[in-house]
Design a protein around this ligand. Structure first.
Ligand code: TXA
Ligand code: MG
Length: 317
């Protein structure tokens, strides 16, 4: 593994290279926002299509303001309460922000990650660092340096930052016509954001975006290499084997079962980790049950990822 310290990482970024950065959600594949070369390398390394915009990582609110042209009171209150942390805020972009980052949109996604090393790195880099999750496009996001290495080998230098605490990507939210829309569910639920605004004396509606208007929110995403099946509450292999093998026209020999922990924070921390582990351990299919009591707002982020990562669902909802 090509592990680098913060000074080396900074030099690489400023010279147009990509570097994998640890965050509390997942590891990111960073490129300096003022380097056309670095930005291009993010897309080519990930094999990512240009229509999927990147999130810019910054060291705090002052840096965020410089990259936007309409930083509203709502943005400010949410950033003050949630940063550093797993919330990406969409705001109207400043002219200086490359359209490579925004896929030609007039808005930009900004996030201040809660990881000491990455924050220190960001403080040393003018502008900010664009970083999607450090995995090949459409695949499972990495929550450990080892996972990044599995994706890219020695082609990508990595800052070692331990296992990601949250385990799934940040909540993405923007301000649309005076209300907050959540484009990607995550740790910060709509209710939590609403409460934060309320505590600041603002009565603002917070809703989940109905259609996935956020670009890059494709139907299939986050997929492990072996099929992932969502079953009904009856999750045993014996109960589901016939239906699965008929549907997929294939036989399987080593099924793994992921029983989601009761606590949604633990479940999100385990999710990608388990998908990779089962694959490495030689299982050839993963089953995870749809449990009706795992369905509150706190579970939305987990189900959003599972629904996109699945090959088949046998659950009746
Ligand atoms: O937790 C995270 O957010 C991780 C870590 C590395 O920070 N990053 C991440 O990046 O998940 P990525 O590229 O996998 O997800 C970026 C997504 C886009 O697919 C899109 O849904 C949304 O963020 N996004 C970015 N810019 C946007 C914009 N201007 N308008 C709407 N959505 C945007
Ligand atoms: Mg991703």
């Amino acid at each position: 593994m090509k592990i680098v310290d913060l000074d080396k990482a900074r030099d690489l970024l400023l010279s147009g290279e990509v570097v994998a950065i640890p965050t509390e959600t997942v590891y990111g594949l960073g490129g300096w926002i003022n380097s056309e070369e670095g930005l291009q390398k993010i897309f080519s390394t990930k094999e990512r299509p240009f229509f999927d915009p990147l999130i810019v990582h910054i060291d705090g609110i002052e840096s965020a303001k410089k990259l936007t042209s309409d930083w509203t009171k709502i943005h400010d209150v949410l950033a003050r309460a949630c940063w550093p942390g797993p919330l990406t805020l969409i705001a109207k972009k400043h002219d200086s922000v490359s359209s490579l980052i925004t896929s030609g949109l007039d808005s930009v996604g900004l996030r201040c990650p809660r990881h000491e090393k990455t924050l220190e790195l960001l403080r040393s880099i003018p502008g900010g660092v664009a970083a999607p999750s450090a995995n090949k496009f459409g695949k499972t996001s990495p929550t450990q340096s080892q996972h990044v290495y599995q994706e890219f080998g020695d082609a990508v230098a990595i800052i070692e930052g331990g296992a990601s605490d949250i385990g799934i990507e940040s909540t993405v939210a923007g301000v649309v016509n005076g209300r907050v829309e959540v484009f990607r569910p995550g740790f910060y639920t709509a209710q939590k954001l609403k409460n934060i605004l309320k505590d600041a004396g603002m009565d603002v509606e917070v809703v989940y975006a109905q259609s996935p208007v956020a670009p890059g929110q494709l139907k299939h995403h986050y997929m492990p290499r072996i099929p992932l099946i969502i079953t009904g509450p009856e999750f045993s292999w014996a109960h589901n084997q016939a239906a699965i093998e008929t549907e997929l026209q294939k036989t399987f020999k080593r099924p793994a079962i992921w029983l989601q922990p009761e606590n949604p924070s633990l479940a999100s921390r385990e999710l990608y980790q388990k998908m990779r582990e089962f694959d490495e351990q030689g299982f050839d299919i993963i089953l995870t049950p749809y449990l009706p009591n795992h369905s509150g707002e706190e579970w939305l982020g987990i189900w959003n990822r599972l629904e996109k990562a699945k090959t088949l669902s046998l659950a009746r909802k």
